[in-house]
Ligand binder design. Structure first.
Ligand code: ADP
Ligand code: MG
Length: 855
């Protein structure tokens, strides 16, 4: 083993010790390979004299294990003694452990259970630039501990990037330390467009790049290939091993699902040159010595909220430019290197500059449930390192409430506590708990597996395949859930050993079916770990059928997607939370009430319409049994747009969705008038007699009200319009009764007879002009201006002072019209106009209209 004391981190070791002594908190940025992960925990013990346990947070299980092993080795001990690790389902620690590498969820659970972190001397947040939601939360909780009961707790935050300003501000006061690494130059090569339709799969392009590199140079060193996951890694290894150029190389995978031995093999040095095909664990978490060539597939699996399924899904996506930069750097650790990017330069520019932190892209309900379990019930007041979007937070809270995990105040329920023990999305936790109670755990776990990956079954377009689907699958499936069709398809796939072509003959995606089975197995083992699954699925004749119980579990998990058809036979429906939706035609479900496991929201002109897929029948009685507290009964009087009349009904609601409504006779007459009036004032119904004459009169009244307060006339504003409309509508129940009612007379009753005098004199409808045969109209506008328009010649001999209204307070704006009735000029000073602008106006108009009189 080379001497670790030569690592760059030791150039700043004193600064780390001093920083901790001065502030107790350190932000450390240093390039990958400089010794952060392996050396800093040792520096804390050996040099900074930190007492108690050093907990080192690692975003990845694989890294936690490998680092612990390496540090134990460096310190000459056995893994699990002084140095250990703890990851999901694996504890390699003892009472003597001083350095404990943990994954993020482990620390978060520990800190939520014991906010004072008893026995811990320092927490090291490694790889903080990855910005997983759990490490964001952990750092908030740890800082909270330091500020309340643990002022002696040391915090070290480490990152491979220099982008740490926000952190420094957040942790103030703290020491900021930067170590520079030794980096050689890396030559960058772009291998051509990856997003072309005819681009080969990424593993084939990786193999081609490898061959090209071998042919162009003999100095490849070790080669590191980045692929998004285990599947692509296997494919890449097959493709590379199929090349003659690879015969001198050992080709090895590196990812979290390998055995510990296989993981060790990939990172150990010596022997033949290697090609390591790795996930992004080798991006910054794990350093592999001797790499001179990086082949970057440019993809990673990332967690993102999938609105269609209402869960967080793991998707393969292009990495950001910042990630690509880190990956390229792996080629320049021990000498100048080369990075082959399996995409084009144009595509590179189009990539995101950096990754969006998880807190801004995933569904927060699992996190909120964890916080609620630790009695943090007001997430909006939590000291987030970076606050989530308020809307996302509210939605997550709403879902937890719908699932019965928290009450109206946000406090966790007993059921919620049980759900919080599952390291799963609360939707699935809820479903599995219900499934256990009803003894259908195995089938429901498979359904959960089916709904997490891509669909295994699609209605085929091809006629022959479609017929086969009907004969062999759909005719045998219970019609109470679309999942029963998928289960039938899955059974077929399993009996065909997931053979792709046998499956394809029935429109089944074999690989996805196999994967769904694997996910189901994992879910079952999770359920067993938290104490479920002691009884096998049973079809006890005395109880409800198996299918009924399965449907009930789906209701428990998807009650926030409950829908009721508008009529029997239609696909249109109303949903909880005020949405309307449309069920996909290929459903087998025929009941009026159902839940949809997949929803796709479309915003059509401000109205959210939802497409509903993977439906499951629901019976009214089940709702009562599972969610007794979510019902309410109400007598309501409303305007029914279909009947075009006001009706009085008593409604039974599940949350806000009306499930039953019965007529209760004649509505209250005043209430009916108000409801009809609202329809009118909001423009959904039209009164025929509410015409421009009415509006003109209102404009005159408002003009007087504005300029002549001494008249004590109240303006007709929105509220007054509503009141007046109510008067007009009074006594009616339907639109038919009101649509021809008189309007003007009622509107005029707004003011007293004496006040009418003011309207006529202060805001006259017309004004006499000496040269006109009939008087000119005056136009009053809402902004308080009044206009008089007439032919220019009509204003000859009219003294400007006579053009006043509002008891002489407002001068009319004069619109002088050309002979063609178009405005030629606008003025509020007629006398001034004749001596000024008139000369220009006349010159122009007299030329065009010589026969008219021009003075
Ligand atoms: P950083 O966290 O800054 O990226 P590390 O502490 O992980 O750095 O690694 C420092 C150095 O220790 C690496 O450059 C590498 O040489 C060596 N190293 C770390 N882990 C191993 C290992 N499992 N096997 C061999 N060498 C290792
Ligand atoms: Mg590291």
């Amino acid at each position: 083993m080379a001497s670790t004391s030569a690592l760059p981190i030791y150039e700043v070791a004193d600064q780390i010790v001093d920083g901790l002594a001065a502030h107790g908190r350190v932000v450390l940025s240093a390039p990958t390979g400089s010794g952060k992960s392996t050396q800093v925990p040792q520096i804390l013990i050996d040099r900074a004299g930190v007492e108690g346990e050093i907990v080192v947070l690692q975003p990845r299980r694989l890294a936690a294990r490998l680092l612990a092993k390496r540090v134990a080795q460096e310190r000459g001990g056995k893994l699990g003694e002084e140095v250990g690790y703890q990851i999901r389902f694996e504890n390699v620690i003892s009472s003597r452990t001083r350095i404990r590498f943990v994954t993020e969820a482990i620390l978060l659970r520990q800190i939520l259970e014991d906010p004072s972190l008893k026995g811990v001397g320092a927490v090291v947040f490694d790889e903080f630039h990855e910005r997983h939601l759990t490490s964001d939360l952990s750092i908030s909780c740890a800082l909270q501990a330091v500020r309340s009961v643990r002022s002696d707790l040391k915090l070290v935050v480490m990152s491979a990037t220099l982008d740490v300003e926000r952190l420094e501000t957040y942790l103030q006061p703290c020491a900021r330390i930067e170590a520079s690494g030794r980096m050689y130059s890396v030559e960058m090569r772009y291998m051509g467009a990856a997003l072309n339709r005819d681009a080969a799969p990424v593993w084939e392009r990786a193999a081609a790049a490898f061959r090209q590199q071998c042919r162009s140079t003999t100095e490849t060193g070790d080669v590191l290939v980045f692929m998004p996951g285990a599947f692509e890694i296997r494919k890449t290894i097959d493709a590379i091993q199929g090349l003659s150029e690879s015969k001198d190389y050992e080709v090895l995978p590196l990812h979290g699902e390998l055995s510990p031995d296989a993981q060790d093999r990939a990172v150990s040095s010596g022997g033949r040159p290697k090609v390591i095909v790795s996930t992004n664990v080798a991006e910054t978490s794990i350093t592999i010595e001797g790499v001179r060539t990086v082949i970057d597939g440019g993809l990673a699996r990332i967690a993102r909220y999938d609105a269609r399924r209402g869960i967080n899904a793991i998707l393969v996506e292009p990495i950001s430019r910042a990630s690509a930069e880190q990956r390229a750097g792996r080629a320049g650790r021990t000498g100048p290197g080369t990075c082959l990017r399996l995409w084009s330069e144009a595509e590179h520019v189009a990539r995101a500059e950096r990754d969006t932190p998880e807190v801004r892209r995933v569904d927060l309900s699992e996190t909120l449930l964890m916080l609620a379990a630790a009695d943090i019930t007001q997430p909006e007041n939590f000291a987030w390192f970076e606050s989530p979007d308020a809307h996302a937070l509210a939605k997550a809270g709403e879902l937890l409430h719908d699932l019965g995990a928290i009450d109206a105040e946000g406090a966790i329920t007993d059921l919620g506590r049980q759900m919080a023990r599952f390291p799963l999305h609360p939707r699935y936790a809820r479903m599995l708990i219900e499934a256990d109670r009803l003894q259908v755990l195995e089938t429901v776990a498979l359904i959960a597996g089916l709904s997490q990956g891509r669909a295994i079954y699609r209605v085929a377009r091809d006629k022959r395949v479609r017929q086969a689907q009907m004969d062999q699958i759909e005719d045998h499936a219970d019609t109470r859930s679309d999942f029963f069709v998928h289960l039938q398809a899955w059974e077929f796939a399993r009996s065909a050993k997931f053979n792709p072509s046998a499956c394809a003959g029935l429109g089944i995606h074999g690989a996805s079916a196999r994967q769904a089975g694997e996910v189901a197995r994992q879910l079952l083992s999770v359920a067993q770990r938290v104490g479920l699954g002691r009884a096998a699925d049973s079809d006890d004749a005395n109880r409800e059928t198996l299918e009924t119980r399965i449907c009930q579990c789906l209701l428990a998990g998807f009650s926030d997607h409950l829908a009721k058809r508008n009529d029997r036979g239609t696909y249109r429906c109303r949903m909880v939370h005020g949405r309307s939706g449309e069920l996909l035609r290929e459903t087998v479900v025929e009941t009026e009430l159902f839940v949809a496991a997949e929803i796709e929201e479309r915003d059509v002109r401000g109205d959210v319409t939802v497409l509903l897929g993977m439906a499951t029948a629901v019976e009214f009685a089940w709702l009562n049994a599972i969610f007794p507290e979510d019902f309410s009964d109400k007598a309501v009087t409303t305007y029914d747009p279909q009947l075009r009349r006001v009706v009085c009904r008593s409604e039974r609601r599940f949350r806000d969705l009306v499930l039953e409504s019965t007529d209760r006779g004649e509505p209250d007459i005043d209430q009916a008038a108000t409801l009809l009036a609202t329809e009118v004032t909001e423009g959904r119904l039209l009164l025929k007699a509410w015409d421009s004459a009415v509006e003109q009169w209102i404009a005159r009244l408002n003009f007087v009200a504005k300029h002549c307060p001494e008249t004590e006339i109240a303006p007709i504003d929105t509220e007054a319009r509503q009141l007046l409309t109510e008067q007009i509508c009074h006594g009616a129940l339907s639109y038919k009764e009101i649509k021809d009612r008189a309007v003007l007379a009622t509107v005029k009753e707004w003011i007293s007879p004496e006040q009418h005098y003011y309207i006529d004199t202060y805001a006259p409808a017309t004004m006499e002009l000496p040269r006109r045969r009939n008087p000119a109209k005056i136009r009053y506008e809402e902004d308080g201006r009044a206009f008089i328009a007439s032919k220019l010649q009509d204003f000859y001999d009219v003294p400007g002072s006579s053009l006043k209204v509002a008891n002489g307070k407002v001068t009319l704006l004069v619109e002088l019209l050309a002979p063609n009735q178009r405005p030629a000029h606008l003025t509020d000073d007629l006398d001034g106009f004749w001596g000024g602008a008139y000369h220009h106006v006349r010159k122009e108009l007299a030329g065009r209209y010589p026969k008219h009189e021009w003075r």
